[in-house]
Design a protein around this ligand. Structure first.
Ligand SMILES: Cc1ncc(COP(=O)(O)O)c(C=O)c1O
Length: 389
């Protein structure tokens, strides 16, 4: 039978491709974003405990109340604001489901969504499945700052959604309060909703503070904010995220959520709720934890030919290999897997029209010993590459 694909040009994501290549080549995978160290044993124990207690049936569609109350307390501690667990907080299957649901809730056929390149890869397919179209505005390396005049030019009568991601994967840049003010001013009189991907809300470096749309007086009333316990609790495989949005937007999001995943793994929600109750400020140490890892890797690579690009947040570090090769990032990343036995993520697949650049993304959410081993391999590769140039 013949049928037309709805996403004919969408292949396997660059993360899956590189992780598969890493396995084939026996390479050290510091590309894909997941920790290689264990979760807190108390979190693991909480899961066993709640399963024993009998929390093994369907959870409520909007999420276990105990968890939504903990999320509300966490939001209050982080941003000093109260969010109603009943009408403004929904538990989802990772941040990914929240992004998908929000997009389906507000984008319709013929609508446009503005996204910023290099863009996390989950946004565009969801917009297209909703019948919409992405208009991409590029953030230029090495600073990856927003150009709000460019955004103004990208707006049209059909714009319904703007997706902002801060701290931003893969550029490691962050939006500040002035960016949010500029965004608010641009959409003030337009029927545009904001989707804020804030899954790295607790990983900002060098004393920076996260500027959440939830804490912005104007944006709060027209935004979906997306978060992930995968990032905050080092448990990406648990697939627990949540969306915070005003009641009218939450109602629409839940209409999609209830027929998408319906409800999220019950014992995982109870386990996180119990864990947060016992560790109410567990996330406050995350910036320092990851900053030490960023500094370790950057320190080991500086001067090697894999030059670290200043990183303001996320658990990634970009490196510029321009001193070693003029190859495209995809070709160079493939050579790294084969010759250095290191898997890294090239940046161009995150762009619709990539600018000329020689950047790779490395994940720092790894044991120090993994980062040291990776840096050793990269330095050895660079020394040979330099000798042969
Ligand atoms: C920017 C960004 N948004 C969303 C997600 C998805 O989060 P989750 O793993 O909770 O679905 C990720 C995961 O890497 C991410 O980097």
């Amino acid at each position: 039978m013949h049928f037309d694909s709805k996403l004919p040009d969408v292949g396997t994501t660059i993360f899956t491709v590189m992780s598969r290549r890493a396995l084939e080549e026996g390479a050290l995978n510091i590309g894909q974003g997941f920790p290689d160290y264990p979760i807190d044993p108390e979190l693991a124990a909480a899961l066993t405990h709640v399963i024993g207690e009998g929390h093994n049936q369907y959870a409520p569609m909007e999420g276990v109340l105990e968890l939504r109350e903990q999320i509300s307390a966490k939001l209050q501690a982080s941003y000093g604001l109260l969010f109603d667990p009943h009408r403004e907080i929904t538990v989802t299957c990772g941040g990914t489901e929240a992004l998908y649901d929000a997009i389906q809730a507000v984008v319709g056929p013929g609508d446009e969504a503005i996204i910023f390149d290099p863009a996390y890869d989950a946004y565009e397919p969801a917009v297209r499945l909703a019948g919409g179209r992405c208009v991409r505005v590029a953030l230029a390396p090495p600073e990856f700052r927003y150009d709000w005049d460019e955004v103004r030019r990208a707006l049209s009568e059909r714009t319904r959604l703007i997706v902002v991601n801060s701290p931003q994967n893969p550029s490691c840049s962050v939006a500040d309060a002035r960016d949010l003010d500029a965004l608010a001013a641009l959409i003030r009189d337009r029927p545009i909703t904001v989707l804020a991907d804030e899954v790295y809300e607790h990983v900002l470096y060098d004393g920076r503070r996260h500027a959440s749309v939830l804490a912005h007086a104007e944006l709060r009333g027209r935004s979906f904010a997306v978060f992930s316990f995968g990032k905050t609790l080092h448990a990406t495989g648990w697939r627990i995220g949540y969306c915070v949005a005003p009641p009218a937007l939450t109602r629409e999001l839940r209409k999609v959520h209830q027929f998408n995943t319906f409800s999220i793994v019950s014992p995982l929600q109870y386990a996180i709720a119990r864990y947060l109750a016992g560790h109410p400020e567990v996330w406050t140490g995350l910036s320092a934890f990851f900053q030490a890892k960023r500094d370790l890797l950057a320190g080991l690579l500086r001067g090697s030919g894999f030059e670290p690009v200043p990183a303001a947040g996320t658990y990634f570090q970009l490196v510029d290999y321009g001193a070693l090769s003029g190859e495209t990032d995809v070709a160079f990343a493939d050579r790294l897997i084969r010759e250095a036995k290191i898997a890294a993520i090239p940046l161009s697949p995150f762009y619709a029209a990539p600018p000329a650049m020689t950047l790779l993304r490395l994940c720092i959410a790894k044991k120090d010993s993994t980062l040291e081993a990776a840096a050793g391999r990269l330095r050895a590769f660079a020394a040979t590459a330099r000798a042969n140039r």
